[in-house]
Design a protein around this ligand. Structure first.
Ligand code: HEM
Length: 265
């Protein structure tokens, strides 16, 4: 876990190829997100809706208030995925989200700063990369095998795969094959096939993850924070996205709601 797998790889592959691969992946995310925005018109809708809602605002927010609402949203809603409520779903998401962030940051630092022969990688970066991949696997497999709505509520078997699983499965493949590649590479198998197979699978998973942005749920990591900020600003200026205020009355769902979790409907 303390070895930078990319610096070992750079002994046989020019580091410029590895760095070029990362830049191509970043470009794929930008292109995929832009095409998604143009095709779905979601951002256009989002801004039109925000403009319309502003007309029914009951008060004007000052700069300080806006900054305070945005900061609270970032710290609470976005950093802890508050919309998932308390429970397993949120814990699994937070594990996967921070795991992926650690994995990506460590990848970029190790690939761009520590792949040349004359540099030694500080142990913190490969540690962060491996721990990030493990956290992604724990959160991601937990979600995919047990918490996914198809499995938990609709009783489909865990191995039924649909297009909506593209993002989570590509993310899990990257973390899983990345770990398997790093492990087999560390065994020094003297030109055996193992690490090359896992490296190939790791590369393919990355191409699917970053190249599949248009078809997958990848871009939710950009849209969700934007939507959370807009929702909280609309709450603070009284426009409430043109929704009626909460009723000033106790919630009554009847006793049925306590009987069973919404499963197998
Ligand atoms: C690096 C950042 C992130 C990663 C890697 C990530 C990963 C994931 C994954 C793998 C899923 C499951 C997708 C599926 O339904 O198949 C998911 C769902 C979700 N994400 Fe994220 N996410 C990130 C950022 C965010 C942020 C910033 C928010 C909100 C502010 C968010 C909110 C959600 C919500 C509400 C769901 C639906 C969860 C459910 O159905 O249980 N995510 N995310």
């Amino acid at each position: 876990m303390s070895v930078n797998p990319f610096s070992v790889l750079a002994e046989s592959v020019p580091s410029i190829f590895i760095q070029g691969f990362v830049l191509v992946m970043v470009a794929l995310v930008v292109i995929g997100t832009l095409v998604d925005i143009i095709h779905k018109k979601n951002v256009k809708y989002f801004f039109n809706n925000a403009k319309k809602a502003k007309l029914s605002a009951t008060r004007e927010l000052g700069m300080g208030e806006r900054v305070s609402v945005i900061t609270k949203t970032v710290v609470h809603d976005i950093a802890t995925t508050a919309e998932l409520g308390a429970g397993k779903r949120r814990v699994a998401h937070v594990l996967g989200m921070y795991g992926t962030i650690l994995f990506w940051i460590a990848s970029v630092v190790m690939i761009f700063c520590y792949v040349t022969k004359d540099t030694t990688t500080p142990t913190i970066w490969p540690m962060m990369w491996h721990v990030g991949a493990i956290m992604t696997c724990v959160g991601g497999y937990w979600f995919w095998l047990f918490l996914r709505v198809d499995v938990l509520a609709e009783a489909y078997p865990w191995y039924r795969i649909i297009k909506a699983d593209l993002f989570v499965l590509a993310l899990l493949s990257c973390a899983t094959f990345g770990l398997a590649w790093s492990y087999t590479q560390s065994l020094n198998l003297e030109n055996r096939w193992d690490d090359k197979v896992f490296l190939t699978l790791y590369i393919v998973s990355n191409i699917v993850l970053f190249g599949g942005v248009y078809w997958s749920k990848f871009a939710h990591m950009f849209y969700k924070p934007g939507a959370a900020i807009q929702k909280n600003l609309a709450e603070a200026d009284g426009s409430r996205d043109n929704l009626p205020p909460l009723a000033d009355a106790p919630k009554q769902f009847g006793l049925g709601i306590k009987r069973e979790q919404p499963k197998h409907y």
